[in-house]
Unconditional design. Structure first.
Length: 176
């Protein structure tokens, strides 16, 4: 009975998050052209993505060793860090809009392949992560394990490629 209420709520939250991101990235003009306080956010976002990836990996290793409490701490912390990332990401893009990739030649298709797969899977991970956490918190461990087998690799991919996109966009080929 509880699932019949919660799962549609997860779907609604996921749609709201995705529409919010789409609106900020595509539906409006940036408010400013990068300020000192905002310019550090891409590095913060990369740090949060990297931290999430490390927590997810560590949490996975803990559950493989049957250290359930440590697993829970890592996974809940990874979820929290990912939520902080989303807030920081939205603030940054609300202020500065989208940043064009300055790289030329062979690196462009590499960058856009990583970016497009990252964006698609970032949209997919929202309901997956919410459902996985919900199943764990409600002791539906059989269902949790089934969905976590999909959630973990996708979430890891999104976290790692988030760092790669940052490095390529802001470090290797910084905006002009």
């Amino acid at each position: 009975m509880k699932d019949r209420l919660v799962l549609p709520g997860i779907g609604l939250i996921s749609v709201v998050v995705l529409l919010g991101v789409a609106f900020i990235l595509l539906g409006r003009q940036a408010q400013v052209e990068g300020t000192g306080t905002i310019s550090g956010l891409p590095a913060v976002n990369a740090f949060l993505n990297g931290t999430s990836a490390m927590l997810l990996t560590t949490g996975y290793l803990f559950i493989r060793r049957k250290k359930v409490t440590s697993h829970k701490i890592c996974m809940v912390t990874a979820f929290g860090v990912s939520c902080l990332f989303l807030v920081s990401y939205l603030i940054h893009h609300y202020q500065v809009g989208s940043i064009p990739f300055a790289g030329q030649g062979w690196i462009r298709p590499v960058y856009f392949t990583i970016l497009i797969s990252h964006i698609i899977l970032a949209a997919v991970i929202v309901p997956l992560a919410l459902t996985t956490v919900y199943r764990a918190l409600n002791a539906q461990f059989d269902k949790h394990v089934k969905i976590a087998r999909w959630t973990l690799p996708i979430w890891l991919y999104v976290s790692v490629t988030g760092v790669l996109v940052y490095v390529m966009l802001y470090q290797l080929y910084p905006p002009r």
